[in-house]
Every structure is written in C-alpha cells, then in structure tokens.
Write a protein that binds this ligand. Structure first.
Ligand code: GLN
Length: 198
C-alpha cells in the first residue's frame, strides 16, 4: 500500500514525515513515496499535493503527465489532500491572477480560489483556527495563502478566516489553505488518513 506525495516543489519532506508519524501513531502500514514522474499515482491509495508555487506546480504536473493521472485517481475515489498551492491546483476555478497565468487547474474540487487571498496584506502569519471537524482550535500556518471564495453544492466548508474559506472537503478530497505539515499537530493528517483507512 502506497501513499504518494507530489515531490516537485514545496514542503515535501515535512508532509512525508507527518504522514509517517501519523501512520505509526495509528499502527497502520503504508509506504509513503515521492511522486516526481508519471506511473506512480496509479499505484497509490492516497495522494498529497503540497504547497509551493501553483503556476510551476500546474505546469510541471501537466508536463510530466501526472495531472492526468491525478484526475483519473480522483474519479476512482482515491483520497487526495491538497495544502496551500495544492488547494489552488485542485480547484475548478481561479481568480484573475490564475487566469492571467493560464494555470491549468485540475478542477477536481468544485471551488473558486483567490490565489493570494492572504498573501498581499501579510506574507505569513499564524492563526488559531476553529475547524468543523476538530473539537479544539488548530494552529494554522499561512504562507502567501489562498482563500476559497465560492463552493459548489457537493463541497463542505470546514473553516473560515476573515470571510474566506480556508478548509474544505468534497467526498474523499480534502483541501487546506494553510500548512499542517509545518506544525506538530497531526490531527489533519489523521483526518486525511481516515479517508484512506475507513
Ligand atoms: N499563493 C501561492 C501560489 O499562488 C501558494 C503559496 C504556498 O503554497 N505557500 O502558488
């Protein structure tokens, strides 16, 4: 059983470490692998798309043929977890900036994103987040973070900050505007693993 982390850029090793810790906490066995080329996604039972820079990420995912494989995996119901730039990549629709950069979004999640919603005012900050799926606040680390401005019918908004969506799920797809891999709090990695193992 493999869980793949897209390893093109961004906080890849931190996600791998968080997944391995969470897996050992729950006594579940899976091999966490890096995805740099096509051919690996179809063997995975879960995919993580980390943060980074979404224009580069989108371009390389298509160029390497990985974008098509992720869309196909999503259509088979494979759990997918996008954080920060990963949330942008999953979205169906972007803002003007996304349009201008002709970003080829995967369109797996029925959300509209503002690519640098929090980025302009404050490049990075931390905030205690009230998320619907957790019973106590989560330490959110935001780095030039996007925000969700519109959700389709099948999407459940899990949290908001300053009037923008910062966490959402649509079936087996989970997207966060912040970086759970940069904290010691593994609850959201566990929430993603629940989608694989339950
Ligand atoms: N806002 C960034 C982008 O447009 C994402 C930032 C991040 O992943 N830390 O790609």
């Amino acid at each position: 059983m493999k869980i793949g982390v897209i390893a093109i850029q961004g906080a890849v090793s931190e996600h791998i470490e968080a997944l391995n810790k969470a897996l050992s906490e729950r006594g579940e066995k899976a091999e966490v692998v890096e995805i740099k080329h096509k051919g690996i996604v179809p063997k995975c039972c879960g995919i993580v798309i980390p943060g980074g820079e979404s224009t580069t990420l989108c371009r390389l995912l298509s160029k390497e043929g990985i974008a098509k494989e992720i869309k196909e995996a999503a259509s088979r119901g494979i759990p997918i977890f996008g954080t920060c730039a990963g949330l942008i990549v999953l979205a169906k629709e972007g803002d003007k900036q996304v349009e201008k950069a002709s970003q080829d979004l995967l369109g797996i999640m029925d959300i509209k994103v503002n690519r640098n919603a929090f980025g302009r005012q404050r490049d990075s900050f931390e905030a205690e987040l009230e998320l619907e799926i957790l019973d106590s606040p989560y330490p959110g680390v935001f780095l030039r973070a996007p925000g969700i401005t519109k959700c389709g019918k099948g999407v459940r908004l899990l949290g908001e900050l300053e009037g923008l969506g910062i966490a959402a799920e649509q079936g087996k797809v989970l997207a966060l505007a912040f970086h759970p891999e940069l904290t010691q709090d593994l609850r959201l990695h566990h929430y993603f693993l629940d989608k694989i193992f339950r």
